[in-house]
Design a protein around this ligand. Structure first.
Ligand SMILES: [Cu+2]
Length: 500
């Protein structure tokens, strides 16, 4: 039925067109061909001017209507220090091109009207005119020079590298299909060195040199990237596979990530995520629900996040390279950093890929000192007799001997410091063994081990009247002697606070 109606409508339209043609043929015969042609020319010329007016009004109007959506206008003021410079460049280019756009369109359509075909009018033929040539060469040259120079000044302002004395935070972004490995320098603010020969897919995909002290606290950020506001940030940019592009639109940062050719960008965020949201909040379109299908959902400004995008069409999963970036105050940033553990400590330490396996790290010594100190303080402050005994977790001996292992000495040095800080405290050192071997030899071993701990502390300058020792052999197990783990728990050295 619909098909039939459509067919009839088309047929009817065809009849109308044919009839109009016949009517104008007839009119031409009555009034003469030339008069009809003249009328047609006048009509076309008039509609050209009308089109120009509507076109310019709509064009200018839409520019104004959509201004708040564009970067650099409305709420989208740049969130970085250099961004204003780039926005200024875009702004002046826009003004110049708009003026040219306006003038050329007015001239184009006005001339079509003014010089429409009329009886007696003849077109002028100009083969060459030097004045016109000079004018339309010089004006664009001046305008382009102005734009290019302004651009160069901006480029030189934005792109100089930092010197060794500058204060900055450096992060590294390595693009791959499809994501970013973002390496954060950790507390020392320095990224560790890399070596392509160390690259092991799935194990050390960036080739980080774990023997470099600077690598110890580096963190591969898995989730949101936090950066402190008003801090100069240098981003090392590189790629593992194809061309990517490190793009932070709100900060006007955009730089290619090129395999084998490190690039960089320096920027200084000036607006926190929260401040940016508050700015967006002033605009009605940002107060609409985030989820268009759910009017109860949060307003758009509330869920706004700065984003890192890849601005190079690098493959089918290109879109998934989006990462969220949060700009926060220095305090919030410090809190965030405290909650992170370094990649070395979480995924490399103690594994076969750890070049420092079997060595004690400074940070571990420090952590052990803190832990022992807190155990000691707890024992001091407790009223309970049981709590007066603490385990010296990191004191070990050579197998079957009372000789202290080298790694134990850090724990005993920490203990010495704590004892010196608490000069009235007297302690008893107690050795324990597992159930393997003869009872009597175990007892003797536990005694001599406790004694060697005491001797070490005496050598470090602690007074002899503050220290005693004893051995319990295998009589006081804390773990199951039937398992290896239990035996390991039972072989231990304890410290009991006798008086304080
Ligand atoms: Cu990409």
């Amino acid at each position: 039925m619909t098909g039939l109606i459509a067919f009839l409508i088309i047929g009817l339209l065809a009849v109308i067109v044919v009839q109009i043609g016949k009517v104008s043929d007839l009119a031409a015969k009555i009034r003469g061909e030339e008069e009809v042609a003249q009328q047609s020319n006048d009509r076309t010329a008039f509609w050209c001017v009308a089109f120009m007016v509507v076109f310019l009004i709509l064009g200018t109007g839409s520019m104004y209507y959509y201004k708040d959506v564009m970067l650099g206008y409305g709420p989208h003021v740049s969130a970085s220090e250099h961004g204003g410079l780039i926005d200024g460049l875009f702004h002046s280019t826009l003004i110049v091109t708009y003026i040219v756009f306006f003038i050329t369109h007015v001239l184009l359509f006005w001339y079509a009207y003014k010089y429409r075909s009329r009886e007696g009018n003849k077109a002028q033929f100009i083969s060459h005119n030097n004045t016109i040539e000079i004018i339309w060469t010089v004006i664009p040259a001046i305008v382009l020079t102005f734009l290019v120079v302004k651009g160069l000044v901006a480029w030189n302002n934005i792109m100089p590298d930092l010197g060794p004395d500058d204060e900055y935070l450096e992060i590294e972004a390595t693009g791959y299909q499809f994501g970013w490995d973002i390496r954060h320098p950790g507390n020392d603010g320095k990224l560790g060195t890399k070596d392509y020969r160390l690259i092991r897919p799935g194990v050390n995909s960036l080739g980080i040199d774990w023997t470099d002290d600077k690598s110890m606290d580096d963190i591969l950020l898995q989730d949101v990237i936090y950066l402190p506001v008003d801090t100069t940030v240098r981003v090392r940019i590189t790629s593992k596979d194809v061309l990517h592009n490190f793009y932070l639109p709100h900060f006007r940062v955009k730089m290619d990530a090129i395999p084998g050719l490190p690039t960089y960008f320096i920027f200084r965020p000036t607006t926190t995520t929260e401040e940016y949201r508050q700015e967006l909040r002033k605009y009605p379109e940002w107060n609409e629900p985030y989820d268009v299908t759910d009017p109860e959902s949060e307003p758009r400004w509330k869920v706004f996040e700065y984003e890192l995008a890849c601005a190079e069409l690098c493959g089918t999963g290109h879109y998934s390279m989006r990462r969220i970036l949060k700009i926060v105050s220095q305090e919030e940033y410090n809190d965030w950093l405290l909650g992170l553990e370094s990649t070395y400590m979480t995924t490399v330490r103690g594994t076969d890929n750890d070049p420092r396996k079997g060595q004690l790290l400074d940070i571990e010594i420090k952590d052990r000192a803190i832990e022992l100190k807190s155990d000691f303080q707890n024992a001091l402050s407790s009223e309970n007799a049981i709590d007066k005994t603490i385990l010296l977790k990191h004191v070990f001996y050579d197998t079957g001997s009372e000789a202290l292992s080298d790694l134990s000495k850090h724990e005993l040095d920490n203990l010495t410091n704590i004892m010196k800080a608490n000069p009235t405290v007297k302690v008893e050192l107690a050795g324990h063994t597992d159930s393997q071997g003869e009872d009597t030899s175990n007892l003797a071993l536990s005694q001599s081990r406790a004694e060697s701990v005491m001797n070490y502390l005496l050598n470090k300058g602690l007074a002899a009247n503050r220290l005693t020792y004893t051995g319990h052999g295998e009589t006081l197990p804390i773990g199951d002697n039937g398992t290896d783990a239990g035996k390991e728990q039972n072989r231990r050295t304890e410290l009991r606070i006798v008086s304080q």
